[in-house]
Design a binder for this molecule. Structure first.
Ligand SMILES: Nc1ncnc2c1ncn2[C@@H]1O[C@H](COP(=O)(O)OP(=O)(O)O)[C@@H](O)[C@H]1O
Ligand SMILES: [Mg+2]
Length: 313
């Protein structure tokens, strides 16, 4: 079981706490020359950063504050990550990934289009970590390389009908062999979205939630078949293998609800569909983020494809 990681925003009074985490994290790294800027931070500097445009995040595991990061906003469209820090005793729990992911979604929701950071050239493993999390080199900088990730455009989906329609629209850009990984809590609208996809793909029969059968195949009259999987009840990757999705992966469009973490083995490219529920439960609006991962989606302007379609009615 992975531990529960909770995140909160830092307030200027947290400066001493952040400084402590930053120091421990950066002192544990390999020494580099010139030393990481983080090692000369002071409480005043951290506090100043917390008051500037942007925010700080603190990560807690088992009641202990073990990680933090800072985000600055040099422009309304671009954010910079700084001081991504995890205490040496709390490494490999996914703390940094959780902090970065949630910061990215939060920034995307504010209309920020790109998240950047400076990775020192002396630390190839650190650069590799960022690459594994979707960051790519943007430009050479005096001490290393600026890496960036483009943030998804938030798509507001006010009703169940609109969610269905989003699926119908997205179906038009899909090809045989495509893999979609859907995430979002129970009731977020993953199945509703898939029903729209099914309609858009010309799938025959009514698409129902596969929760109890785990996987269903729908034949299509004119496009690729649709394989719809709900991995919610799967407890391990072996059970996922038993579904034998490889058999249809190349010819069908495969949609996996709750597939993050093991469905990636099916294809080196996939479309990450994240559906976020509103904080206010009286609001029905969902926010959807579409991110293409891998070669299939490289250079593919999903946003333009979709919104062009929206515009055309
Ligand atoms: N904006 C919206 N988008 C998607 N579903 C919505 C929305 N507003 C209300 N709903 C309702 O929420 C429920 C979503 O259920 P479902 O698609 O089965 O979710 P999941 O598969 O993520 O568990 C449906 O009953 C749907 O009618
Ligand atoms: Mg479902």
């Amino acid at each position: 079981m992975s531990p529960e990681i909770s995140l909160r925003f830092a307030v200027p009074d947290d400066a001493a706490l952040l400084l402590n985490i930053i120091r421990q994290a950066f002192q544990a790294r390999m020494p580099i020359d010139p030393p990481a800027e983080a090692l000369s931070d002071t409480e005043m500097l951290v506090s100043a950063r917390l008051s500037a445009p942007g925010f700080g995040v603190i990560a807690t595991v088992d009641g202990r504050d073990v990680g933090c990061l800072l985000v600055s906003l040099p422009s309304p469209e671009v954010a910079m990550l700084h001081r991504v820090s995890v205490l040496p005793g709390a490494r490999r729990l996914g703390v940094a990934a959780a902090m970065v992911r949630d910061s990215a979604y939060l920034l995307a929701d504010q209309g920020v289009r790109q998240l950047r950071l400076l990775a020192r050239s002396e630390l190839p493993l650190v650069q590799q970590w960022w690459a594994q999390h979707g960051f790519t080199p943007l430009a050479e900088a005096p001490l290393g390389v600026i890496m960036k990730i483009d943030l998804p455009h938030p798509i507001r989906v006010p009703t169940a009908k609109a969610m269905h329609l989003l699926g119908v629209r997205l179906a038009r850009v899909l090809r045989p062999g495509d893999l979609l990984l859907l995430s979002g809590e129970l009731g977020a609208g993953k199945t509703t979205f898939t029903q729209g996809l099914g309609q858009g793909l010309g799938a025959q029969g009514q698409i129902i939630s596969p929760t109890f059968v785990l996987s269903r195949l729908y034949r299509s009259s004119d496009g690729p078949d649709l394989v719809h999987v709900d991995a919610y009840r799967l407890s391990n990757p072996a059970e996922f293998d038993d579904l034998d999705l490889e058999a249809t992966a190349a010819t069908a469009v495969t949609v996996v609800e709750w597939g993050m973490g093991f469905a990636e083995q099916l294809n080196s490219s996939w479309l990450d569909v994240q559906i976020q529920m509103p904080i206010d439960i009286a609001d029905q609006t969902r926010t959807v983020y579409l991110v293409g991962v891998g070669e299939r989606w490289q250079g593919f302007d999903l946003e333009e494809q979709l919104f062009q379609e929206w515009g055309n009615g």
